[in-house]
Design a binder for this molecule. Structure first.
Ligand code: GLU
Length: 550
């Protein structure tokens, strides 16, 4: 045994297999040419963040567009920061948003696929096997520096204006002998395992980022940690091993990792792996007093995906909106293909924003209104009641008391060539539909200023006598027009416009009076349909109340 081999035995005696075992176990995937294998690797340290959902969408659609595979891996090596239910929140959240997971954690308690375990805390032996191999080859070594020692080195480097870090002559244990290491271990000194970097700061590495294009950076010369003192890997090391063994082709991750690429490429090379393609996703931005900044977990409620559920944004609308910010050519495609699923869109990473797409809630609302306008009354019923059940129990009871009636309410002006685009989120529905439900209905009969209450009263009194609930739209309006001249209003708008002094107003004004009498609103969807759904008795009683109140 040479001294490197002795060192490897000293540090990791319990590891008795070689990387070869895993190389054979996790075979290259047999996928069609060009198929991309992507993943997200969340840490269960918090709720599902908008950035994670966005990254998941980008990875999912990249795999879908190429006939590849999208999987999840749980990066739970930081046990101190892990929160209970963190995995469930993330995975259930992705499922709720329709991001299908082919492999890995497909549900909070369900792992699928041949490349597992998909949770890093269950992979310690795999990382240690590769670390042992690097030590054997003289490419990694134990470092016994304490936090205080590293700190004082940093201070000296800062004073001398030298780049800080564990590199070159500052890498104190780089050449530690087997005997010295053994003596320190026998004393019970804790240690980490560091990579013995062959890099030189003067050299440049160039890589082609799938999103940001060509990037040039200095080669890594830092002897960074690969195994922490408890034998658990750092992100860098776990990333290289996992993405190699899980046969990831494209690592599409947040751009906070871009500065680590030189470390990662070096690791892949030293481990004898082919590096994946990298694509770094810019963060979602927000305008704050005119300045662009990253969306923040602390400042912005919409940073937590739960916010969208609570507000009652339909998950499909949120995804549709995220697609518009993921790809600059998505909206054109959508205009040309209004009825297709976003999954049919040919996604190209080069169409992603390099500087960070702006989150715009007005745009989200617009996209959402369009999505909801495409739903049938029955679909709206399902989605609205599901939301209300979770977030507004009183409303849920009201909506589900007479399902057929509620469906009729929700079907007004839907399934027509130009459906109304009025609701962006389910939390708006209670107010929007309030006049259909007695417990929510409240009318103070406020008329527009141009209408004299006496005329309104006279009109409603006449109308009440001729109202027929089986009228179609034309007959319905003809009755209003027939009354108009009797009380000094023009039957046609154009008559009124030609001679405004001759009339008090026109039939349209009278339909507004009727609208206010029956719904309390000046604007509603088609009033004839509303009156049909409300039914004869309720319309008459509301008209009577208006006559008595005005
Ligand atoms: N756990 C890392 C993170 O949450 C994953 C980054 C990656 O996708 O490789 O930032």
């Amino acid at each position: 045994m040479n001294s490197n081999e002795k060192m490897a035995e000293l540090l990791l005696p319990e590891i008795d297999i070689t990387p070869d075992y895993y190389e054979k176990k996790y075979k290259p995937r047999s996928l069609p040419e060009g198929a991309r294998v992507t993943r997200i690797a969340p840490s269960p340290t918090g709720y599902l963040h908008l950035g994670t959902l966005f990254a998941a969408l980008v990875n999912r659609i990249t795999a879908t567009s190429t006939g590849g595979v999208f999987y999840t891996r749980i990066e739970d090596t930081d046990k101190k920061r892990e929160i209970e239910g963190g995995i469930a929140d993330i995975i259930d959240g992705l499922n709720r948003f329709g991001i299908t997971i082919d492999e890995g954690f497909t549900a909070a308690d369900k792992e699928e696929g041949n490349y597992g375990p998909y949770k890093q805390s269950l992979r310690a032996e795999i990382y240690q096997t590769y670390a042992k191999d690097l030590i054997k080859k003289g490419l990694a070594y134990p470092c016994f520096c304490t936090a205080e020692e590293l700190d004082s080195v940093r201070k000296i480097q800062e004073e001398k204006k030298i780049r800080t870090g564990y590199h070159g002559e500052w890498a104190m244990h780089r050449d530690i002998s087997f005997e010295d290491a053994k003596a320190l271990i026998d004393e019970g000194k804790p240690y980490v395992v560091r990579l013995k970097s062959p890099g030189n700061e003067e050299n440049k590495i160039v890589f082609d980022d799938c999103i940001k294009g060509k990037i040039e950076m200095p080669e890594n010369d830092e002897d960074f940690v690969i195994l922490k003192s408890d034998g658990i890997p750092t992100y860098h090391f776990a990333h290289a091993i996992d993405d190699h063994l899980m046969r990831t082709t494209h690592v599409l991750r947040g751009d906070e990792w871009i500065s680590s690429v030189p470390k990662h490429i070096q690791l892949f090379k030293l481990l004898g792996f082919k590096p994946p393609k990298y694509g770094h996703i810019s963060p979602i931005m927000k305008l704050d007093n005119g300045a662009k900044r990253k969306i923040s977990k602390r400042k912005d409620p919409e940073a937590a995906v739960h916010f969208f559920a609570e507000q009652g944004y339909d998950s499909e609308s949120v995804i549709e909106y995220l697609m518009t910010i993921a790809a600059s050519d998505f909206e054109d495609w959508r205009r040309a293909n209004p009825d297709k699923s976003y999954k049919d869109f040919k996604f190209n990473l080069k169409k992603m924003s390099v500087s960070g797409a702006l989150f715009d809630s007005d745009k989200l609302n617009d996209v959402s209104k369009t999505c909801i306008s495409r739903l049938s009354g029955g679909e709206v019923y399902e989605k609205l009641t599901a939301w209300a059940k979770e977030f507004d129990e009183d409303f849920y009871k009201i909506l589900t008391e007479k399902p057929d009636y509620t469906k009729a309410v929700l079907s007004i002006d839907r399934d027509v060539p130009k459906p109304r685009k009025d609701i962006a989120k389910w939390s708006e529905a209670k107010d929007y539909f309030s006049y259909f439900f007695e417990p929510l209905y409240n009318n103070d009969f406020v008329l527009p200023e141009n209408i004299d209450p006496a005329d309104a009263k006279a009109f409603l009194t006449k109308y009440k006598n001729v109202y027929n609930e089986s009228d179609d739209r034309q007959q319905w309006f003809d009755r209003i027009k027939a009354i108009a001249p009797e009380i000094g209003f023009a039957a046609e708008t154009k008559q009124y416009k030609a001679e405004p002094d001759k009339y008090k107003g026109h039939a349209g004004d009278l339909s507004t009076v009727l609208r206010i009498a029956v719904t309390g609103r000046r604007n509603t969807p088609d009033l004839c349909s509303i009156m049909q759904v409300l039914g004869h008795d309720r319309c008459i009683s509301r008209i009577e109340s208006a006559i008595n109140t005005l």
